[in-house]
Design a protein around this ligand. Structure first.
Ligand code: SF4
Length: 583
C-alpha cells in the first residue's frame, strides 16, 4: 500500500510449492496488519476442519506505515489456534516488518503441508525451498545459527523459526522472531509444525523513494522527538516493562504461586530494578524504533555436567518475570533467566508455559495429579525440576504432558471435576501478569485474542480504581469495547502499542497523508469497528461462546486492588458486554 492502491499478497502452497503474487485493491479498506491478515484468513479458513489440518492458512501482514515511520514495527500473524480452537492472532516486532516491507510484499499467505520439513527464503524476486530435515528438532538458537549461516550476508533480513515444541505440534508452541521477539501466543508454532515448515528467511532488498521528502522528514523528526524527548516512552527504555513488578506488587496485582497470592514476598528480588542491577547486558530495538525496550540479561550456565560454562543473552519482560518468576515462586533473577532460556530454546509460549507449571505445582500439592504423570516433582521454587518439565511439555513423553501442553482449558475440560477452579486461563488462554480487577478478567475473556493487549483491561481497572464510586458494570463493558476498537486501529497500522501516546489519531492521519492515504480519526475508528466485526464473525463461525468459559473460583478468592472481586459483578459486565456487542 506504499504509494499504491493495492495490497501485494504472496501466496505459497507448501504441498505443490506453487507461488503466486496478487495485487489486491479490495484489501486496502482493511488498512493492513490485523485488518488485512484477518480478512485474508476469513476467506481461506477451512472452518469444518481441525486447526492443524494442512488446508488451514497462516497469514502474515504488515501495514502501510511499516518501516516508513518510527515505531511502526510489528507484523501480524493470523491462524486457526490449536490451543483455543478459534481465531488466533499474534503480533511480533524484531526485523520482520522491515524485511517484508523491503521484500516489496504486504502480506504472505501459507497453505498446505510440505512433504518433508522445509524452510523458505523469500526475496523480492525469488522464493527458495530448503531441506529442513537436519534441523527439524533443533532448539531455536541452533536453528537460527544454521539458517543465518546458510543465508549469507546479513542485509535487511529477518529469520523466524520454531523449536522442538512447534515440530511436535504442541498447541502452546510459538514462533521465534529474530531471537528476541515472538509470535508467542495461541499456538502459531504448532501450525508451522503441522505444515512441516521450520521457518522463513525474509530478505528485503528493495528501496522505495519517498514522494514528499520535505514533509516526510519534518513529520518523521516530530514523531521521533516525541518518542525520545518527552518521556512518553522513557519507562520502556529505562527498566523496560519489568518496571511494573514493584508497583503491581504494592497494590496486590502481581499473581504469585498460581494466584494463591497477589503479592509476592520476593518481588524486590525479581523486579526491573534487580534485573538492571544484576544481569542487564544490553538493550536492543525492533528495526525502525529508537526506544530499545528489549532488555537482554546475561545468563552464565554450565554447558553440561563435566564441562565448562557458557554465557548467553536472554530477553526478559514483565510477562515473563511473572509467568516464570512470581507464578513459580522463583526468588532470583538468574533463576528466572534460566527458565526463560529453556522455554525459548524449546519454542514454547513463555506465558502459557509458566502458568501451566504453576498449575501443575499446585495440582501435585493437592494430589489432583500424580508424580507418575509429571515424572519430576514440580514444586514452587524448584528450578531444576521446572527445567525438566519444560522439556517434557515441548517433547511429551506421556499422555499427561501431551494433554497439559494443549493449555489449561483443554487439560481441565478433559480431566473434569473442579480442577478448572484454580486453572488460570481466560477464554482458553493462560493469563498474563496482572491481577488488577474485573476489567482485566472480562477483557481477557472477551478480547479477540484473549490477550491483555486486546483491550487493556488492566489499565481500565487502574484508571477506574482512582474513583471507585464511578465503577459500574456497564462502564467497564463499554470501556473494554471502546478500547478494543481503538487498539484495532493501531494493530492494523501495526504501530507498536507502546507508542500509542506518541501516535494520537491526529498524528496517525498526518502520517498517512504523507504517504498519500486520506483518513480521519472517525474514518479510522469506523474501519476498525468493521475489522473487529469481521473477527467476531470468524470466531462465531468457529463456535466461540463466552458461556463455555466459566471463570475459575480462584479469581474470586484472592484479593485484588479492589479487594475480593465479586462474581456477580463480573456476571453483570458479561451481560452488558453481550448486549453491546450485538448492537
Ligand atoms: S518500543 Fe520496544 S517493542 Fe515497541 S517497537 Fe520499540 S523496541 Fe519494539
Amino acid at each position: 500500500m506504499l504509494y499504491q492502491n493495492y495490497i501485494r499478497v504472496l501466496y505459497i502452497d507448501l504441498f505443490t510449492k506453487k507461488i503466486k503474487f496478487e495485487n489486491r485493491e479490495d484489501l486496502c479498506e482493511y488498512i493492513g496488519g490485523s485488518g488485512v491478515a484477518s480478512k485474508i484468513f476469513s476467506e481461506l479458513a477451512d472452518y469444518g476442519s481441525e486447526p492443524l489440518a494442512p488446508s488451514q492458512p497462516i497469514v502474515f501482514a504488515i501495514g502501510p506505515m511499516s518501516t516508513i515511520f518510527p515505531i511502526c514495527t510489528k507484523a501480524v500473524c493470523s491462524f486457526f489456534s490449536p490451543q483455543t480452537g478459534e481465531y488466533g492472532e499474534s503480533h511480533a516486532g524484531g526485523r520482520l516488518a522491515m524485511a517484508i516491507r523491503l521484500a516489496n510484499i504486504d502480506a504472505i499467505v501459507i497453505t498446505g503441508r510440505a512433504q518433508s520439513p522445509v524452510y523458505i527464503t523469500i526475496k523480492p524476486d525469488d522464493i527458495i525451498f530448503h531441506d529442513a530435515e537436519p534441523l527439524w528438532r533443533l532448539g531455536v538458537s541452533e536453528s537460527g545459527q544454521y539458517m543465518r549461516s546458510m543465508a549469507g550476508a546479513p542485509g535487511n533480513r529477518s529469520i523466524i523459526r520454531i523449536g522442538p515444541a512447534g515440530a511436535n505440534c504442541v498447541p502452546t508452541a510459538g514462533i521465534n522472531v529474530d531471537t528476541y521477539r515472538h509470535f508467542g501466543r495461541l499456538g502459531a508454532g504448532a501450525v508451522f509444525g503441522s505444515k512441516n515448515l521450520k521457518g522463513l528467511v525474509i530478505c528485503g532488498e528493495k528501496d522505495f523513494a519517498i514522494k514528499n521528502p520535505a514533509e516526510y522528514n519534518k513529520l518523521y523528526s516530530e514523531i521521533y522527538d516525541k518518542a525520545t524527548k518527552t518521556g512518553l516512552m522513557a519507562k520502556y527504555h529505562e527498566l523496560g516493562t519489568p518496571k511494573n513488578v514493584l508497583p503491581l506488587n504494592k497494590i496486590n496485582a502481581l499473581p504469585s504461586y498460581n494466584l494463591k497470592q497477589s503479592n509476592y514476598e520476593y518481588a524486590a528480588n525479581i523486579s526491573g530494578e534487580a534485573f538492571a542491577e544484576e544481569v542487564l547486558h544490553r538493550k536492543v530495538s525492533c528495526s525502525g524504533c529508537p526506544i530499545g525496550c528489549i532488555h537482554i540479561g546475561w545468563l552464565r550456565k554450565l554447558f553440561d555436567a563435566g564441562y565448562e560454562y557458557e554465557s548467553c543473552g536472554v530477553s526478559y519482560d514483565h510477562e515473563l518475570v511473572f509467568s516464570l518468576g512470581s507464578q513459580l515462586g522463583i526468588k532470583n533473577t538468574t533463576g528466572v533467566l534460566n527458565l526463560i532460556n529453556e522455554t525459548e530454546e524449546m519454542g514454547l509460549d513463555a506465558i502459557s508455559c509458566g502458568v501451566i507449571l504453576g498449575y501443575m505445582s499446585e495440582a501435585l500439592e493437592k494430589g489432583d495429579i500424580t508424580l507418575s504423570e509429571t515424572i519430576v516433582e514440580v514444586k514452587f521454587g524448584e528450578i531444576d525440576n521446572y527445567l525438566k518439565a519444560i522439556n517434557y511439555i515441548a517433547n511429551p513423553p506421556n499422555d499427561f504432558y501431551r494433554d497439559i501442553g494443549r493449555g489449561l482449558y483443554n487439560f481441565t475440560a478433559r480431566k473434569g471435576g473442579d480442577s478448572y477452579q484454580y486453572a488460570l486461563q481466560l477464554g482458553g488462554l493462560e493469563i498474563s501478569g496482572y491481577f488488577t480487577g474485573p476489567a482485566h478478567l472480562i477483557g481477557g475473556l472477551t478480547g479477540i485474542r484473549h490477550s491483555h493487549l486486546d483491550n487493556a483491561g488492566y489499565s481500565i481497572d487502574q484508571k477506574l480504581l482512582k474513583d471507585a464510586s464511578t465503577l459500574s458494570a456497564k462502564t467497564v463493558a463499554e470501556k473494554i469495547i471502546e478500547e478494543e476498537v481503538i487498539r484495532s486501529v493501531y494493530t492494523s497500522l501495526v504501530i507498536c502499542l507502546f507508542a500509542r501516546e506518541v501516535y494520537d489519531l491526529e498524528t496517525v492521519c498526518r502520517a498517512l497523508k504523507v504517504i498519500e492515504i486520506n483518513a480521519s480519526p472517525d474514518s479510522l475508528k469506523s474501519v476498525s469497528s468493521k475489522i473487529l466485526k469481521n473477527k467476531l464473525e470468524i470466531r462465531k463461525k468457529m463456535g466461540f461462546c463466552i458461556d463455555n468459559f466459566p471463570l475459575a473460583s480462584r479469581y474470586f478468592e484472592t484479593p485484588s486492588p479492589y479487594g475480593l472481586i465479586k462474581k456477580e459483578f463480573t456476571d453483570e459486565i458479561i451481560t452488558h458486554y453481550k448486549k453491546l456487542i450485538e448492537q
